[in-house]
Design a protein around this ligand. Structure first.
Ligand SMILES: O=C(CO)COP(=O)(O)O
Length: 131
């Protein structure tokens, strides 16, 4: 299972906290994590192996959208900060649109992400699934 992780600055701590609750599941060899640059650095410091792409404002969201469009992702978790402005808002919108175009599950807050992760945990073989 390939999972993309993205968090706006105000949500990066939430992302690390969220992932820490699923350490065992995420350390399975079948699970591959990808993240935008700064989010990835935070995740790495928390002890996860993650492939870091460009920082969001420099094209990282677009890179993840490209992976989603090519069906290279199974799930996108994007903790957005709705109370802040983002210079690359068009890229953010594009990523969410591409997920919808290609029917890629997209969680934009911890409550939704937790539901998806709990679902995956309760049906173990799905952590191994590939699109
Ligand atoms: O800006 C982002 C998402 O739109 C996240 O990018 P960073 O992980 O590089 O901060």
């Amino acid at each position: 299972m390939k999972i993309a992780l993205i968090a706006h600055d105000g949500k990066k701590a939430d992302m690390v906290h969220f992932l820490s609750g699923f350490k065992e599941e995420l350390h399975q060899t079948e699970v591959k994590l990808f993240a935008t640059g700064t989010t990835g650095s935070h995740i790495e410091r928390a002890g996860f192996e993650v492939t870091k792409l460009l920082s969001g404002p420099l094209g990282g969201d677009a890179q993840i959208a490209s992976m989603a469009a090519q069906k290279e992702l199974d799930l996108v978790i994007f903790f957005r900060d709705p109370l802040d402005k983002h210079p690359h808002e068009p890229d953010v919108q594009m990523l969410m649109r591409i997920c919808d175009v290609h029917n890629i599950p997209l969680a934009t807050n911890p409550a939704a992400a937790e539901m998806i992760f709990k679902y995956l945990t309760n049906s173990k073989e799905t952590w191994n699934q590939k699109r």
